[in-house]
Design a protein around this ligand. Structure first.
Ligand code: NAD
Length: 356
């Protein structure tokens, strides 16, 4: 298979971790007989420095013409004082919207080898967890009608949440499909005791459930879900929820895994192409020092193989190689707790060796 991948390295540790993922993908190419063709494009602060824009037109066109997109991270103190629409982070919303990516998949898995990093009680950690959060990405309150006006108490600001049946159906379908290749359990998180959008959400997902008779759908209120994630995370398989609830809950879920440097994500739309990126930021505090953990980005590349290219064996090979190096006790500084740590390059070398 010959596949064209757009690389958006971005800022801070972005270039280092994307280079690691490229090395791993090349190894997979050799091993399984695929040719990956990588084309870099500018995004974020690097794009601002070179062109004055955080998301140049060529980057959008390049991503749309590619088979898939791998992103590092954007942002850093150098660009923090720029106005909102000129900031590096603006490029993230821009590329997601240009690629019409309405589904965000965020796995949060506790690695047995890293269970000491989990901040939860040992009896909870013992049960482990492997959660896939399916978050709606282009609708809801982050995109609704907003503004300022004169209200009862003078100046006031408002944001509105709006979800169409179509938007709910397509995100719930993504959750059902994901559940079918996992443990066939979906927990739909809403605030149906208060919000009208949540009541439509609930009605819609239950109407769709008959199309997936093997999948069990359970509703959970978001306040309860926030609590259940720390009380008993092992009860979750697939979570599906709105943009804002997903934003908050996925950060909570990432924290209970113990390390931000380990978690990948995928943003998908109607096509298979997708955008794959670690959940962390550009970590300017460790940029250029060979200290970044490359695993989140390497696992994002594995998600790309699985979701964009349907290369399940290749994706599993990467995930197994990561498991193997962790089981062998190899660690980057963020998960080493003062013990000997490998650099970004050396951790990548170890994963390549485990793939051999
Ligand atoms: P961050 O995720 O970059 O860093 C938080 C902490 O985690 C830092 O101490 C950092 O060193 C550490 N860390 C993050 N990734 C790591 C890795 N792979 N290995 C080892 N340690 C790692 O969050 P922040 O400091 O709040 O933000 C820094 C910049 O990144 C900001 O400009 C922010 O806007 C941007 N940001 C970008 C994205 C993105 O590109 N998707 C996401 C979040 C934040």
């Amino acid at each position: 298979m010959k596949l064209n991948i757009a690389l958006l390295k971005g800022d801070g540790i972005g270039p280092e971790i994307v280079d690691s993922a490229v090395r791993v993908l090349n190894k997979i190419g050799e091993k399984f007989g695929h040719e990956f063709v990588f084309t870099p494009y500018l995004i974020g602060g690097a794009a601002i420095d070179a062109t004055g824009e955080p998301l140049p037109k060529e980057t959008v066109e390049g991503c749309l013409a590619s088979d898939s997109v791998l992103l590092g991270a954007v942002g850093g103190p150098k660009w923090d004082t720029l106005p909102g629409n000129k900031r590096p982070e603006k490029a993230l919303l821009g590329i997601r919207s240009a690629m019409e990516l309405y589904t965000n998949l965020r796995p949060a898995r506790l690695y047995p080898a890293l269970k000491d990093d989990c901040p939860l009680r040992p009896d909870i950690v013992e049960k482990g967890f492997d959660i896939l959060i399916v978050r709606e990405l282009t609708g809801g309150i982050y995109f609704g009608d907003r503004g300022y006006r004169d209200g009862k108490y003078g100046e006031e600001a408002y944001d509105t949440e709006c979800y169409s049946r179509l938007e709910i159906e397509r995100i719930c379908r993504a959750a059902f499909e994901a559940a079918m290749v996992r443990n066939k359990r979906v927990i739909s998180i809403d605030k149906a005791n208060v919000l009208e959008t949540s009541r439509l959400w609930r009605k819609t997902i239950h109407e769709m459930a008959s199309e997936y008779p093997e999948v069990t759908v359970t509703d959970m209120l978001v306040d309860n879900a926030a609590m259940q994630l720390v009380r008993n995370p092992s009860q979750f398989d697939v979570i599906v929820t709105t943009n804002m609830f997903g934003d908050i809950l996925s950060d909570e879920a990432s924290q209970i895994t113990g390390s931000i440097g380990m978690l990948p994500s995928a943003s998908l739309g109607a096509t298979k192409r997708g955008l794959y990126e670690p959940i962390h930021g550009s970590a300017p505090d460790i940029a250029g020092q060979n200290k970044a953990n490359p695993i989140a980005t390497i696992l994002s590349a594995a998600m790309m193989l699985r979701y964009a290219f349907a290369l399940e064996a290749e994706a599993l090979a990467i995930e197994n190689a990561v498991d193997k190096v962790l089981e062998a006790g190899l660690r980057t500084a963020d998960i080493a707790h003062g013990a000997d740590a490998l650099g970004t390059v050396e951790m990548t070398d170890a994963i390549l060796a485990a793939l051999a």
